[in-house]
Ligand binder design. Structure first.
Ligand SMILES: CCCCCCCC/C=C\CCCCCCCC(=O)SCCNC(=O)CCNC(=O)[C@H](O)C(C)(C)COP(=O)(O)OP(=O)(O)OC[C@H]1O[C@@H](n2cnc3c(N)ncnc32)[C@H](O)[C@@H]1OP(=O)(O)O
Ligand SMILES: NC(=O)C1=CN([C@@H]2O[C@H](COP(=O)(O)OP(=O)(O)OC[C@H]3O[C@@H](n4cnc5c(N)ncnc54)[C@H](OP(=O)(O)O)[C@@H]3O)[C@@H](O)[C@H]2O)C=CC1
Length: 561
């Protein structure tokens, strides 16, 4: 049996139908009315929207953009759990005071009135939503955006399955009860199928039937699950990509009952333009690596200089997500009107940059380093100078010389001054984190992103500006510069006015390095060279050769004058 979904033409001209039943939007002729249909803000006007994962990185940007660009939206229902001793109401009101919401606050100071938090723990049966809330949501929700997930690469399989797959299944069941639901948008990842080199906008057959896996893991002890995890995930690098692939399959199983879009972003980075350039609030993906390099801690990492770094700015992903929600809903209405009983297939949007506007890890390294030299982070451990290499041995050598050796010296100094050593611990954590990322930075993938381009062609010129996801417009050096500044301002909460002091600190570090190198040469001289007659002779020979060369050079330059 062939498991490879091939592509063939769809008869109604709406798209291409893959043999696994999935549509790719390739021909816009059947939906050209999209242009005369409601614009995106007009569509969301008066709509009730349900969002999971709203307290996360992408969820927050989604909430902000929806409130700012679609001011007539009726209400945003956010499924939030209490966490770290904070109630869900407290968490949502804290979130709204965040700098990200400054722009929407200026335009509409009462935007918080549109936000309705709903208590929900996604890992619990029925998502732990109260019966009254289920009733309320079933009666009023028009669009669902499912962003919540565990994105940790080291998540135990059972927990990743619970959140990424079972919770998705439960949310789909809830969605089926919603009487006015027009679109269900599921956020997946471009790496769900990272065991393939070329990834089309189709849902591939899952590594295992999700229901079977859920049933089997239910009775298994955590330790047994841990032991069999590597066998189960097979050629995927972690439980995250594995469970996201299973989640897509679960979503696919509901596609004939719901109008579904699947968004697959690659590596989501800081914002490009909105609400401010460079907005970022976490250490995930490359952000932690940039910060560690900017602080002068990370000096080496395994990555392929020539591999495409498929970063995509968060605001572009969110613009595409909102446009996909609009398109899915508008498309559904049309088929209802036409009494078309044919179930619509879920559209998959690979939201990537590599195929359209490629940039490579080697170029990222260069721009990150030069950006942090111009705009240094405070209290850097060493001057920023990280190098990436694909050579394993070279990387191990530099880890020893540039990570472990300085950490040992630093911890020794801390011990001498009566403080607790900490640098080796920091490096061990850093090595664990970058070890998990290397899979993604050492190779590249080819994503087909036709649906993204076609969706863009469906937007009105105004919507194309407001919900811009045209990755061709990305100027990478400028984007990386803003990204690095964003990590400083929004992740580390450092003040830009401290940059002169940070530069001064870097100069101090450079002087320390010069002094250290000089002391090292003197030490080597005293210990190894001064004690051996032969070494001394070689040394004098080298020094006299240099001296002669210099005198000759000076004499010849005097003659030419
Ligand atoms: C010079 C530049 C050269 C460039 C070279 C290339 C670089 C980039 C390379 C490749 C990027 C490719 C990425 C692929 C992405 C795929 C896309 C997606 O679909 S999803 C998104 C991806 N998801 C993740 O990124 C989760 C990864 N994170 C984890 O799995 C865990 O956080 C882990 C194992 C790394 C650490 O786990 P723990 O338990 O040790 O620590 P914990 O609880 O997470 O954090 C503790 C503290 O450390 C900070 N932290 C976390 N990660 C950090 C990091 N990387 N660097 C520095 N600090 C970090 C946290 O903010 C936290 O701080 P507090 O204690 O709250 O103050
Ligand atoms: N960041 C990236 O580079 C990429 C992300 N994606 C996908 O985008 C989506 C969003 O990712 P991102 O915003 O970065 O992730 P975050 O980790 O920042 O956010 C995850 C969200 O899920 C919520 N959540 C987690 N566990 C539970 C739970 N048990 N009950 C209720 N809510 C829960 C979190 O809530 P809480 O605050 O309570 O923890 C948080 O709001 C995910 O589906 C991810 O797979 C895809 C490609 C790349």
């Amino acid at each position: 049996m062939s498991t490879e979904p091939s592509v063939e033409r769809d008869l109604d001209g709406l798209g291409e139908q893959a043999t696994d039943g999935h549509t790719r939007l390739t021909d816009i002729s059947g939906v050209t009315e999209g242009r005369s249909m409601a614009s995106i803000p007009e569509y969301y006007a008066g709509k009730n929207v349900l969002i999971t994962g709203a307290t996360g990185f992408m969820g927050k940007v989604l909430v902000e953009k929806l409130l700012r660009a679609c001011p007539e939206v009726r209400a945003l229902y956010l499924l939030v759990r209490p966490k770290a001793g904070q109630s869900m109401e407290q968490r949502v009101s804290d979130m709204m005071t965040c700098k990200l919401f400054d722009r929407v606050r200026e335009v509409n100071p009462d935007f918080h009135l549109k936000i309705i938090p709903i208590s929900s723990e996604l890992t619990q049966p029925g998502l732990a939503i109260s019966p009254e809330d289920v009733e309320k949501l079933s009666a009023c929700i028009n669009v669902v955006f499912h962003c919540a997930a565990t994105i940790r690469f080291d998540e135990p399989l059972k927990h990743a399955l619970q959140l990424n797959v079972i919770a998705t299944q439960q949310l789909l069941s809830l969605a089926k009860q919603m009487q006015h639901l027009e679109a269900f948008v599921h956020i997946s990842t471009a790496y769900a199928n990272c065991n393939r080199k070329h990834i089309d906008e189709v849902i591939y057959p899952p590594p295992v039937e999700p229901k079977k896996l859920i049933d089997s893991l239910e009775w298994m002890d955590d330790s047994i699950v841990r032991d069999i995890t590597p066998r189960l995930i097979g050629d995927r690098p972690n439980t995250y990509t594995y469970t996201k692939a299973l989640a897509e399959c679960v979503v696919q199983q509901e596609q004939d009952k719901l109008n579904i879009a699947i968004i697959r972003p690659s590596i989501v980075g800081a914002s490009w333009q909105e609400p401010v350039p460079g907005w970022i609030d976490n250490f995930n993906g490359p952000s932690g690596v940039f910060i560690a390099a900017g602080k002068g801690i990370l000096r080496t990492m395994r990555a392929n200089n020539d591999a495409v770094a498929d970063l995509v700015p968060v605001d572009m992903v969110i613009n595409l997500t909102l446009a996909a929600g609009w398109y899915t809903a508008v498309h559904r209405r049309k088929t209802e009107k036409q009494k078309d009983e044919r179930p619509k297939s879920a559209l998959v949007y690979n939201c990537t940059t590599g195929g359209i506007n490629p940039f490579h890890w080697g170029q990222i390294e260069h721009h990150v380093m030069s950006s942090f030299k111009r705009n240094p982070l405070e209290q850097a451990f060493r001057r920023p100078n990280a190098n990436i290499t694909s050579n394993y041995l070279m990387n191990q050598y530099w880890i020893l010389v540039s990570h472990k050796f300085p950490a040992l010296i630093y911890d020794f100094v801390l011990r001498l001054s009566g403080q607790k050593p900490q640098m080796m611990r920091i490096f061990n954590r850093l090595h664990k984190a970058i070890g998990l990322l290397e899979y993604f930075s050492s190779q590249d993938w080819e994503w087909n992103s036709e649906n993204m381009s076609m969706l863009m062609s469906q937007l009105t010129p105004e919507d194309r500006r407001t919900f811009n996801f045209d990755v061709r417009q990305l100027n990478w050096p400028e984007y990386i510069e803003n990204y690095c500044i964003g990590t400083k301002k929004y992740v580390l909460n450092e003040d830009m006015s401290d940059i002169p002091a940070a530069r001064q600190h870097l100069r101090k570090l450079r002087n320390i390095r010069y002094t250290f190198n000089t002391l090292l040469v003197v030490f080597i001289w005293r210990v190894f060279i001064a004690r051996s007659q032969m070494a001394r002779n070689i040394w004098y020979f080298v020094v006299s050769l240099c001296f002669k060369f210099l005198s000759y050079f000076r004499a010849s330059s005097t003659i030419t004058k």
